[in-house]
Design a protein around this ligand. Structure first.
Ligand SMILES: [Zn+2]
Length: 333
């Protein structure tokens, strides 16, 4: 391949998080050629943008590529964005309001940029490069991505395109009330799915139960740093409290999967996020809960198929590959 043929065939994908920025160079086949991770400077939008630019420059250097080979830069932002204007509207973790991300980075780096919400980016990444591919290795026409991690959120791909809705809020099942008057959620409502079943909610439930006098293996853990993964390990050792808490969350998440399947009639539902990188008691619980909905609901039986619910194929690379997917087109894959 000559240098000429190679011109502008590469993409840069950037996963902008509240504590770290991951940037990678991605080739036309969806291979990640370099991965660079740097801390996010959240001391003002200007400094955050500078740390993003640093991550981009460093990952290009790590891959040994020049600016002329890069077709564009895609960024996943943890918050609300306007993809048309390239403005980051609101991102709590980054303390952002109306930050002109696209314009700033294009001026600084001289390469075209595109931004999207991080969960949307993950959905696009799985759709183009990961678990969204069907048995015939074509992209699923209708796919739902459900992110399970520090938050709970879903995004749908319909007709091969990301469905944003009129406010970019389509798929906000994490802030849908599942239990009226349930635990308080960060959004201000009570009983949201996120407040019932996200990673921090599981840890909080365990801490509260232990404080209330429940006996658990988790008492041996530092309570301040308790995570859902500690609950999974405790279940493997027979811990009853952890089993009950995870089973309760899985019941709510299985209902979410059922609702998403009934709403979108997708070919594939991809579970992503830090709680879905591998099989664990939460995922097992979701599968068991879905099996109950298959028993209960004849219409669901028509929609459902054995290989519908899949775990993320891209795992930790989903942010980089998904952001790159913002600029990929059908011919390149
Ligand atoms: Zn909420």
């Amino acid at each position: 391949m000559t240098m000429q043929e190679n011109a502008e065939s590469l993409l840069v994908g950037v996963d902008v998080g509240g504590t770290k920025i991951a940037a990678g160079v991605v080739d036309a086949r969806g291979q990640v050629l370099s991965r660079v991770q740097i801390p996010t400077d959240t001391d003002g939008a200007e400094k955050t943008l500078q740390s993003i630019a640093t991550g981009i420059v460093e990952t290009m250097r790590a891959a040994g590529v020049e600016r002329e080979q890069i077709r564009g830069i895609g960024l996943g932002i943890p918050g609300e964005v306007n993809p048309e204007s390239g403005v980051g509207l609101f991102a709590a973790n980054l303390h952002w309001r109306n930050v002109p991300v696209k314009r700033w980075l294009e001026d600084a780096l001289g390469m075209p940029c595109a931004i999207e919400n991080d969960v949307s980016v993950a959905a696009l990444g799985e759709h183009l490069y990961g678990a969204g591919r069907t048995e015939r290795d074509s992209k699923a026409d209708t796919m739902v991505y459900l992110s399970l991690g520090t938050g709970v959120a879903a995004k749908a791909i319909i007709g091969g395109k990301l469905h944003r809705g009129s406010h970019g809020l389509a798929g906000e099942i994490g802030h849908t009330v599942f239990v009226p008057d349930g635990p308080l959620c960060a959004c201000g409502a009570r009983g949201c799915l996120e407040a019932l079943a996200a990673g921090p909610a599981l840890a909080k439930r365990a801490r509260e139960a232990i404080q209330a006098g429940h006996v658990s293996l988790l008492q041996e853990q530092d309570q301040a740093t308790l995570t859902a993964h500690h609950l999974f390990s405790a279940i493997a050792q027979g811990d009853n409290l952890s089993r009950q808490i995870v089973a309760g969350a899985a019941t709510h998440l299985a209902y979410a999967v059922y609702l998403l399947a009934m709403t979108f009639d997708p070919q594939v539902i991809v579970l992503g996020g830090g709680l879905a990188h591998e099989e664990n008691p939460l995922i097992e619980g979701i599968r068991a809960g879905v099996a109950q909905w298959i028993e209960r609901s004849p219409v669901f039986r028509v929609i459902w198929h054995a290989n519908m619910l899949r775990l993320t194929a891209l795992k930790r690379d989903v942010g980089i590959l998904g952001a790159a997917a913002l600029l990929a087109d059908g011919e390149t894959v």
